[in-house]
Design a protein. Structure first.
Length: 333
């Protein structure tokens, strides 16, 4: 009898210890980056980690540009009991499967950077998106070019009244590549300039590919090129590498090159006078908004623009605003 009572007391103590351990253990939140080698996205994910530190057990996985690997990683994290997910899809057209998967486990999901279609996002009430408006970033990028040519008529090297440009495009199919391209050209046209495309090619967001593609454009078009439009900073810096190797940016030879992101190396190039301008792709606020969303969703709180602190549209999308960055405001906080 005595032993039985003792056993009951011990069991009660074990259960109490387990319950308090469970209450004290932080929630598990899973994060996937499409490719950890991506300069911009790794700064977004760094910010997410910073925000989550101390409140959650964050698992961060690199999907190494492989959508199948990402599905496996997400499944593993779900099996491990994550209570919310922040995923940077490898392929935005596969976002629908990620949404369905999270929904099947009733786990909220914040997609970042690669935007699912509105229809896909609407499939699950617990799915949200954080990124920028590619039309806005593209348009601002085009304005950088138009502003330059308006202030520097001599930049029209052959004086034909037409801007001869080459364009480095991000990954085909990515909304930021497709729409930035369209809208940057739209802004130049809206400012009253005519344009002629000498060359356009994808450089897959990468600096080394940007350098290679720019070297190719230079070999074909040489001095006929009057400006370089790039969908992101890494490719713009690659173009600058190729231009420098071919003798630009010394002895008064200048080429206007514009990008998007405002990464640290790009801001450095801007200060040094090679990059003409860039558009802020706000990694800090994108990381912060993604984290805040995941946290509210984990707590099963209804999300509004007010409690999130960022404007959210009726389709569960949060677009962080952009702005042009040039020498004039690069060091203004
Ligand atoms: C950024 C690129 C980045 C890409 C990744 C874009 O929004 O501007 O720098 O490589 O996202 O998906």
């Amino acid at each position: 009898m005595k032993h039985k009572r003792l056993a009951t007391v011990i069991l009660a103590m074990i259960l109490a210890a387990q319950t308090s351990a469970a209450a004290a253990s932080p929630p598990k939140i899973g994060v996937c980056i499409y490719n950890a080698a991506d300069t911009f996205m790794s700064s977004v994910v760094r910010q997410i980690q910073k925000e989550g530190e101390g409140s959650a057990e964050l698992t961060v996985m690199d999907s190494a540009n492989d959508q199948n690997l990402q599905f496996t990683q997400v499944l593993d994290m779900l099996d491990d009991g994550v209570q919310a997910l922040i995923i940077n899809p490898v392929d935005r057209t596969s976002a629908v499967y990620l949404i369905r998967l999270a929904q099947s486990r009733n786990v909220p999901l914040v997609l970042i950077n690669r935007e699912p279609s509105a229809d896909d996002l609407a499939l699950y009430d617990g799915a949200y998106y954080v990124g920028t408006d590619p039309k806005e970033t593209g348009y601002l990028c085009g304005e950088l070019v138009a502003d330059w040519f308006a202030a520097h008529p001599e930049a029209d090297l052959n004086g034909d009244g037409v801007i001869q440009y080459v364009l480095l495009k991000g990954e085909p199919g990515h909304q930021d590549a497709e729409l930035r391209t369209l809208y940057s050209l739209q802004a130049i046209t809206d400012a009253g300039f005519r344009t002629q495309m000498l060359g356009e090619d994808t450089a897959l967001w990468e600096r080394s590919v940007g350098q290679e593609k720019m070297a190719g454009f230079l070999a074909t078009w040489g001095n006929r090129i009057e400006c370089v439009i790039s969908n992101n900073d890494d490719m713009a810096l690659g173009a600058i590498d190729a231009l420098k190797a071919a003798g630009w940016f010394t002895g008064g030879r200048y080429m206007p090159v514009v990008g998007v992101d405002a990464t640290e190396p790009a801001l450095e190039a801007l200060r040094q006078g090679s990059l003409l301008g860039t558009v802020l792709n706000d990694a800090i606020n994108q990381g912060r908004a993604a984290w805040k969303l995941a946290w509210l969703l984990y707590k099963r709180e209804p999300v509004t623009s007010e409690n999130l602190g960022y404007a959210m549209d009726a389709n569960h999308r949060v677009y962080i605003p952009s702005q042009k960055i040039t020498l004039d405001n690069v060091d203004t906080p």
